[in-house]
Ligand binder design. Sequence first.
Ligand code: ACO
Length: 402
Amino acid sequence: FLDVSKLQPQTKMCTYDPGYTSTGSCESTITFIDGGKGILLYRGYPIEQLVESTCDFTDAAYLLLNGELPDGNQHKAFEQELKSHTMVHEKLIEFFKGFKSDAHPMAIMVGVVGALSAFYESKNWRDPAQAQISCVRLIAKVPTLAAIAYRTSVGQPIVYPKNEYSMAQNFLYMMFSSPSEEFKPDPILARAMEVIMILHMDHEQNASTSTVRVAGSSQANPYACIAAGISCLWGPSHGGANEAVLSMLEEIGNVKYITEYIAKVKDPKDPFRLMGFGHRVYKSYDPRAKIMRQITHQVLEHLKVVDPVLDLAMELERIALTDEYFIKRNLYPNVDFYSGICLRAMGIPVSMFTVLFAVSRTVGWCAQWKEMALEKGNRISRPRQIYSGAATRAYVPLDKRA
Ligand code: ACO
């Protein structure tokens, strides 16, 4: 504890915790992480059990949003509800024409998801029915907006959702179908996509989820809050890492250069970090990374793709995990390390990697926002600071300054 009363007489004491390494910002019943043991639970269910079972996008989204797994009728009704909200207002589609044709799809997402605020208004976001329908709209519409962002960025006509498909199949369909050739999602790739979506859905109070909660604490429109989350996710220290991993692996280029890059990590004058390595909470292997590595092998095998970048990634992991620097700091691959290799093999363009993360994380952001919005006594987030600027001084008129 630092006594800041000398600097700011109106404040008695506050914790000073840059990066919030030891600050709990809320109480939540949604996701549990044991970073030391590498455990991740959604509402108590281990992530491994969810992805190895019949759990689909609808099941996992219902669980995170509502607290329990749905029974058969609830599952059907929720899926139907999501599907009835996959379309976006035609006027919103006009927005896409205003972006530069080579704009990054994440830039477009920040704009168009925030723009949903202009289509849905409420005087009371803390009304449970309003909160629920806003979450359903966001979970259903963000994949459609993401696919449109991609289609417009490559100058192709947009593809409307086909609601006979599951959420994962529909996303692939909207990304890859064309008027001349209808895309039929491959069931193995569609399941891989679904598992990737489930893996990324929630991760307690990470930077983007905290951003959503901070924005929502002022009772802001939930669509604007999710746009704030997308902005935060974009950074290479967070969701943007999956794009950065692939660039890094391509820059390394060959297993023979790995030691050179490991040396760069250790050079105190070099800011280089191994992208896709390290995590604020996991001090052991990220359980999502283990699953992601397995899916990557399955997808490449299914597609008969031989990608030397996968061999390079595996060798980099092997070398790093036996290196003193990484052992001492508990640095292991995180979920982003293998995801790019898998997504690229599935035909997802690199610029869409973080967008896909945002599509999946929208479920968790909505669950976290709803939990906060409906909580009694929720207060606006308002951290303090340690002021280290000038002491009180007299204003100097412009003509008197040296
Ligand atoms: N490569 C090399 N060294 C690293 C790495 C890395 N990827 N990550 C951390 N370190 C080192 C730091 O240099 C530091 O060393 P020091 O004690 O000698 O100064 C030590 O490990 C602790 O690092 P911090 O930056 O304090 O760890 P923090 O918890 O703040 O950061 C983060 C976590 C941002 C994820 C970090 O590990 C990182 O930058 N990783 C690379 C980017 C990445 O993969 N991000 C995705 C995270 S997962 C997600 O968002 C989905």
